[in-house]
Design a protein around this ligand. Structure first.
Ligand code: FMN
Ligand code: 7N5
Length: 381
């Protein structure tokens, strides 16, 4: 065979992973049942989690043809930083259960791909460790996700640490006065695995494992949280941007504007909180309309392809986030798996832009979409 070109070796494992669903399947096979169900499930009847993904299918893309897209540019800005494309990794806790390097690996993969990441207050590493891991690769902006805590001293301590480490924004998760009804956690008696702590909250493994996830959440989470008490307080103690995560209505969009928040994330917590709330892509239009450009709007939930990203942007989101895909990437192959996940989204998004004649993210507007109505022609938005 001398003289024949040497074939480029393709890692056998990656050949199978062509899309995010492939990653979900591979990751789910690798994870123990308790961890898999904790990550993959939604609440109660799983209606919202399912709709988060399927709701995208009713939209159709209206492409413009014969456009020179040879220089299509997927970049945009998020938190004042240029990002390679409009996707970030949502704050999802307990990433070291998927891979020992957990959030450290996610931060590195995000930095390498040139996008932002939100750090869950339930991360298995400290803010310093996670920031350091990403910054060691490239500049990256982080948001720190927070719940309203019974212990204000601890809440302030987390804010000060986030500031000291250079986080840009707080994502205040507003949809979780209590956790949703999660049968999987109860059936499996889900406990955080031995050895994993929540260092941002100051909890070690031994303490966490004494309680169910539900009980430990309520030990510190304050279900008395409210706009009037918590937002002015946050404003008075920090200069970080304040984003409300978990908005699903026009009313709460207006409230966030009234309270002077910097942005909202239209989110239903990946269908893990109240089952029966709308898919985020269905809640987005009313929030965008109510906002009328007065507040920044991001969205997460059920985004599984570059075309889903495109649809969310066309409906008015500035930037989108994904939760489970990062966890599946971690479970599949650690940092390399998260990189693969980001690569899939990037390639699909870029191709979708090119195939619709969009040369920049700003070109993605409502006119790019239509909606399928039964027995009728495509209806324009
Ligand atoms: C395992 C897991 C843990 C999560 N932990 C948090 C958290 O600590 N704080 C939070 O605000 N949201 C949390 N979320 C919700 C995500 O931030 C995000 O809203 C959701 O995952 C987006 O939906 P997707 O997974 O369909 O992309 C978590 C989600 C998952 C799947
Ligand atoms: C480890 C995850 C923290 C709580 C949470 O937000 C969730 O379970 O969805």
């Amino acid at each position: 065979m001398a003289g024949n070109p040497v074939p480029v070796p393709v890692p056998a494992a990656d050949v199978k992973i062509l899309c995010i669903d492939d990653l979900r399947i591979e990751a789910s096979e690798k994870l123990p049942v308790g961890a898999r169900d904790f990550y993959n499930s939604g609440s109660t009847d799983q209606i919202t989690i399912a709709e988060n993904t399927t709701a995208y299918a009713k939209y159709r893309v209206r492409p413009r043809v014969l456009v020179d897209v040879s220089k299509a540019d997927t970049s945009t800005t998020c938190f004042g930083r240029k990002v390679s494309f409009p996707l970030g990794v949502s704050p999802a806790g307990l990433q070291a259960m998927a891979h020992p390097e957990g959030e450290l690996a996610t931060a590195r993969a995000c930095a390498r791909r040139g996008i932002n990441m939100a750090i869950s207050s339930f991360a298995n590493y400290t803010i310093r460790e996670i920031r350091g891991s990403g910054l060691g690769v490239a500049p990256i902006k982080h948001a720190i996700q927070m719940y309203t805590l019974k212990d204000r001293g601890l809440e302030l301590k987390i804010i000060r640490e986030a500031e000291a480490q250079g986080c840009t924004a707080i994502f205040l998760t507003a949809d979780s006065p209590v956790l949703g009804v999660r049968y999987n956690e109860w059936r499996n008696d889900f406990r955080t695995p031995d050895g994993l702590g929540f260092p941002i909250l100051g909890w070690d493994s031994e303490r966490i494992r004494k309680q169910s996830h539900d009980d430990s959440f309520m030990t510190f989470n304050d279900d008395a949280h409210n706009w009037a008490r918590d937002i002015p307080w946050l404003r008075s103690v920090t200069k970080m941007e304040i984003w409300i995560k978990g908005v699903l209505t026009a009313e709460d969009t207006l409230k966030a504007i009234e309270m002077g928040c910097d942005g909202i994330i239209v989110s239903n917590h990946g269908g893990r909180q109240l089952d029966g709330v709308p898919a985020t892509i269905d809640a987005l239009p009313e929030c965008v309309e109510a906002a009328a450009g007065r507040i920044r709007i991001h969205v997460d939930g059920g985004i599984r392809s570059g075309t889903d990203m495109f649809k969310a942007l066309a409906l008015g989101a500035e930037y989108v986030w994904v939760g489970r895909p990062a966890i599946w990437g971690l479970a599949y192959a650690g940092e390399r798996g998260v990189e693969l996940m980001l690569e899939i989204f990037y390639n699909e998004f870029k191709r979708c832009m090119q195939l619709t004649g969009c040369n920049s993210v700003k070109d993605i507007t409502k006119s790019c979409l239509g909606v399928v109505r039964p027995d009728g022609p495509l209806a324009r938005l």
